[in-house]
Design a protein around this ligand. Structure first.
Ligand code: FE2
Length: 325
């Protein structure tokens, strides 16, 4: 019996970076994404920014979200048994544009080909691996095209992620039996699975076998990817998917957490990747900013309001958009 619930595709991808300014510049000024929300991490005792980048309205599957940890001094270590690469979709014909743009910004990159797609591999200033994937399939997501990137070449959002594993079988079981995914193919040490349905995006979960690499860290720390959130669409379906996975024996699943703009449960997968099942609230990002003002305020959740003075100690960010309050 397959999972009686469903996954749509990716909801968002979340990672720990170094400085807030270099992260903002990388996503907004280089990759041409929109800064759709500036808020703080809801967990923990110290204020940490939570910066969201994506399409004009920050639609699910376009979202990249960053915790800048350098000011707090928390370092992570990349390795195996950990999420390794953030893969972003562009139209197949736009890879050349991105190669030229990375050159223009002096970002070292490598051309690769994997699973029938042309790719550009490069790194965030904090060291996290990114890949731009030329997706030959049509993509219905609205291109944003900020920072002078023509809309036709704009990053459409997530293609998926790559997880570094010691051996592929346990994670393969989790993806196919737990998430209802399908193995698309294998090329040497690389394996590609597709999850989600025809309405979703960011549906490719890839594994790379790296058995001799030391273990990567899982705590919040600069330079590491923290989790891959999948879109469960509704509260009811989130519960169904979660219960099915628990029934397979993956019982280390969190409670449902209110993230302000969406509700989340987290589970550690056997390949080391932290997987989140999320569903957006009806208001989503418009709960504290209007459509035209997305990304132009420091949005502090109600339970952090008494700590506004501490939050104001976070490093200032020079932004493209005017930020008030
Ligand atoms: Fe998340």
């Amino acid at each position: 019996m397959p999972n009686p619930g469903f996954i749509r595709g990716t909801h968002h991808l979340t990672f720990c970076v170094g400085g807030a300014q270099e992260d903002y510049d990388f996503h907004v000024r280089l990759l041409g994404l929109k800064s759709v929300k500036k808020t703080v991490l809801f967990d923990g005792e110290i204020p940490i920014y939570h910066l969201y980048y994506g399409s004009r309205l920050g639609d699910a599957s376009t979202l990249l979200t960053a915790f800048p940890y350098r000011q707090a001094g928390w370092m992570g270590k990349r390795g195996t048994n950990q999420l390794k690469i953030l893969n972003l979709s562009v139209p197949a014909g736009s890879v050349g544009f991105w190669s030229d743009r990375l050159d223009e910004f002096d970002v070292e990159h490598e051309h690769t080909e994997l699973f029938g797609t042309e790719r550009l591999s490069f790194a965030h200033p904090c060291g996290i691996h990114y890949t731009i994937v030329g997706d030959p399939e049509p993509d219905s997501r609205e291109p944003y095209g900020g920072a002078g990137v023509p809309a036709e070449h704009a990053i459409r959002g997530s293609y998926g992620t790559t997880t570094s594993v010691r051996e592929p079988e346990p994670q393969s079981f989790f993806i196919t039996e737990g998430l209802g995914g399908t193995l698309i193919g294998s090329e040497g040490a690389h394996h590609q699975f597709q999850i989600g349905d025809e309405h979703g995006h960011g549906r490719m979960l890839e594994l790379v076998e790296e058995p001799s690499l030391p273990q990567g860290t899982w705590q919040f720390g600069e330079g590491t990817i923290h989790h891959h959130a999948l879109d469960a669409v509704t509260a009811e379906n989130q519960g169904v998917v979660k219960d099915w996975i628990v029934g397979l024996g993956f019982t280390d699943v969190s409670d449902v957490k209110d993230r302000g703009y969406f509700f989340s449960v987290y589970m550690r997968s056997p390949g080391g990747a932290l997987i989140e099942l999320a569903y957006s609230t009806p208001e989503g990002f418009l709960i504290d900013e209007s459509e035209d003002e997305l990304g132009t305020h420091m949005c502090i959740p109600p339970h952090w309001e008494d700590r506004r003075s501490e939050i104001s100690q976070l490093e200032p960010i020079e932004t493209v958009e005017t930020v008030v309050g």
